[in-house]
Design a protein around this ligand. Structure first.
Ligand SMILES: [Zn+2]
Length: 267
């Protein structure tokens, strides 16, 4: 298969000792054509670390990189600049003449978010449903536990070491103990319930389903979406009461399926 993977070399100055150096990396990774590199993206935490040859400082390199899955027609662009916007036309210019208009496109700000999004996309479930579940589950955590399990270390990952692409979990990492945390599998049932409740909303919203547009669907997006839905439900629409009940049902299901806990519906 014709691989789109493309290597680059970045010239850099060490922030600690100001010594110069070079860092070989990629600005495009073709997951289907390079399975070994895909594996490294998903498992090797040192992949984007530079070690200074002068003072041996470890430097985390954030540079743009497009991950592409041609077989399943999606891509995730790591774009460290939050103000940068990109389109399918930019991809065409970047990759050559092929058309990518029918690809599902996502953007990520950090390498962690990028890897998480690749894992979500590979599962075959709409990644936005994971983000909604992720948001809802974090809301169910007690305030005192949130201090120990910070949002920036909370993510979707494989449920276990087997790394089955269809078995994902919510992972909460502890702030006080590096590498330790809690894993809660995302069950088929909660995916089904979340699909039933939220997919009709997502399908109705403009700018939410466009192909060839790089959207950043993460925790903040899910928070905004939920605020929008609750406002609309409170706004006295005819079926608002029914929708409130539906959201209450979803929260109960989240508690049951993710945390195996009974959640009392909010008044
Ligand atoms: Zn250095």
């Amino acid at each position: 298969m014709d691989s789109r993977t493309h290597e680059i070399t970045i010239e850099l100055t060490c922030p600690a000792c100001k010594g110069g150096g070079t860092f070989p990396t990629w600005d495009c990774i073709d997951g289907n054509a390079d399975p070994a590199l895909r594996q490294r993206v998903l498992t090797d935490q040192t992949l984007f670390f530079y070690e200074c040859p002068h003072c041996h400082s470890q430097v985390h390199i954030e540079s743009p990189c497009l991950y592409i899955d041609k077989k399943n027609k999606w891509m995730v662009w790591h774009i460290p600049d939050p103000k940068a916007t990109v389109t399918a036309a930019d991809v065409c210019a970047f990759l050559g003449a092929d058309s990518f208009a029918d690809y599902t496109c996502r953007a990520a700000l950090t390498w962690g978010e990028w890897r998480e999004k690749i894992i979500e996309m590979e599962s075959g479930v709409d990644d936005r449903l994971y983000e909604i579940i992720k948001y809802g589950a974090y809301r169910l955590i007690k305030e005192e536990d949130k201090k120990l399990l910070p949002l920036d270390a909370y993510h979707v990952d494989y449920a276990d070491e087997k790394r089955t692409v269809t078995e994902l979990a919510l992972v909460f990492l502890r702030k006080d103990k590096k590498g330790s945390g809690y894993t809660y599998p995302i069950t088929p049932k909660i995916i089904e319930v979340t699909t039933d409740i939220f997919m009709p909303v997502l399908q109705r919203l403009p700018d939410m389903n466009g192909k060839g547009k790089f959207n950043r669907f993460g925790y903040a997006w899910a928070a905004n979406l939920m605020e929008y839905i609750l406002k609309a439900a409170a706004g006295g629409e005819q079926n608002s009461n029914a929708y409130n009940q539906l959201i209450g049902f979803w929260v109960q299901q989240l508690g049951k399926e993710i945390f195996h806990a009974a959640i009392e519906p909010e008044k």
